[in-house]
Design a protein around this ligand. Structure first.
Ligand SMILES: Cc1ncc(COP(=O)(O)O)c(C=O)c1O
Length: 394
């Protein structure tokens, strides 16, 4: 049927990951595809208990509409956590609770982007950020990126030669998809440039708490003197994604604009989900819980890396992330990874081809591996299977 869709729909297509994830529903498939946390670590018993307490203490409030900004004690926790870990200086009025940090990205597009505006991003970057911003009919410039983050001199060149840059989107810690972490110098440089060129930086940080080794680094926001940097965070990777609770933090004036657009989007976040998380944070020790997650993921990363080191052909390059959920593989340029994926799927192993993470295409010789969601034995078996297929191609 020839339905009369909005023009913006012509640039949107189904995400490749969603298609691959359908295949990975089959229990025999070893999936390195989705960015899924390990479900066996969800604190189900604690959540049952907290749910009961929340409903007993104030069931009516927990099931009622609430403010768009979010539940104040949860906002306070988010501000304090960021101040403690990331060297920021937020209070609860700087925080808007969102439905996952994904919603913070969509609201960012709604607040800042006009058709034809430019978003700068890492190359590669998070696939669903591309989808969120694209819906606002922007164009992307991929900033050349190395192991330390966006290359500052390249960024400066782009600024000098380009009009209409509105947003710089960054994931400075254990990036999705590469697992890379930005150096302090690059963090500082981008904060300074944002101020100089009057551009908003989104510092998206869902994985920062999941550091396996090395020291926590100061955030981009900690170098921001002019209010141009906004930080997003989430409970998805340190608690559970099903609650869909995250946040965006920034200058109060900007956060008020986000509140305005969120009212039109969904009025507010799920009241009881916010209350349950806040009560969990009050009654349980989330640091102990995060420590458990770190331990399991570190073991999985180590196993994946050890197996890659012993089994992958020497021509193949990959990142060695210090935390998070992902690593990034680069094959010799002549190999198209979609052919590799086809052969791997025949062996019941899945991953996501890297091309989708580049908003302007190309890079079909790359792929992403998620190591958080499979038990140890399946990680080893899956990586060995990929290695056998790679040997056919190299
Ligand atoms: C970089 C990045 N940002 C945001 C999100 C969205 O997470 P959520 O909406 O669950 O907080 C993800 C999820 O994988 C991500 O990798």
């Amino acid at each position: 049927m020839n339905f009369n869709y909005a023009e913006r729909m012509s640039s949107l297509k189904a995400s490749e990951i969603r298609e691959i994830l359908k295949i990975t529903q089959r229990p025999e498939v070893i999936s390195f595809a989705g960015g899924l946390p390990a479900p066996e670590l969800f604190p189900i018993e604690a959540i049952k208990e907290v749910n009961r307490i929340v409903l007993e203490e104030d069931g009516q409030g927990a099931l009622q509409y609430t403010t768009t900004e979010g539940y104040n004690s949860l906002r306070k926790w988010c501000a304090q956590r960021m101040n403690k870990r990331l060297g920021t200086n937020f209070n609860f009025e700087n925080i808007l609770i969102t439905h996952g940090s994904q919603q913070a990205l969509d609201l960012t597009g709604k607040v800042f982007l006009n058709k034809g505006d430019i978003v700068l991003c890492e190359s590669p970057t998070y696939l669903a950020a591309i989808s969120a911003f694209k819906a606002y009919e922007c164009n992307f410039i991929e900033v050349p990126t190395d192991d330390d983050g966006m290359i500052a001199s390249e960024l400066e060149n782009i600024f000098k030669n380009t009009d209409r840059i509105k947003i710089i989107y960054t994931i400075p810690e254990f990036q999705n998809p590469t697992g890379r972490t930005w150096s302090i110098e690059r963090r500082k440089a981008i904060a300074e440039m944002a101020s100089k060129y009057n551009v908003i930086v989104i510092e998206d940080n869902p994985y920062g708490e999941l550091r396996f080794e090395g020291e926590t680094l100061p955030s981009i926001k900690s170098f921001d003197k002019s209010g141009h940097v906004l930080c997003s965070g989430t409970f998805s990777k340190i608690f559970c994604p099903g609650f869909r609770i995250g946040w965006i933090a920034g200058d109060k004036e900007i956060i008020q604009k986000y509140v305005l657009v969120k009212q039109g989007t969904d009025l507010q976040c799920n009241t009881i989900a916010q209350r349950v998380i806040a009560k969990y944070l009050e009654l349980y020790n989330i640091d102990e819980h995060i420590e458990k997650i770190r331990k399991v993921y570190k073991e999985r990363r180590d196993l994946a890396l050890e197996t890659m080191e012993s089994e992958f052909p020497k021509e193949i390059q990959y990142t060695r992330p210090q935390g998070g959920l992902f690593m990034w593989i680069e094959l010799p340029e002549k190999i198209n990874v979609r052919n590799v994926l086809e052969r791997c799927l025949e062996r019941n192993v899945a991953f996501v081809p890297g091309g989708s993470f580049f908003p302007n295409g190309g890079h079909e010789n790359t792929f992403r591996i998620n190591f958080s969601n499979m038990p140890n034995d399946r990680i080893v078996e899956g990586i060995k299977n990929i290695a056998e297929v790679l040997r056919e191609f190299v």
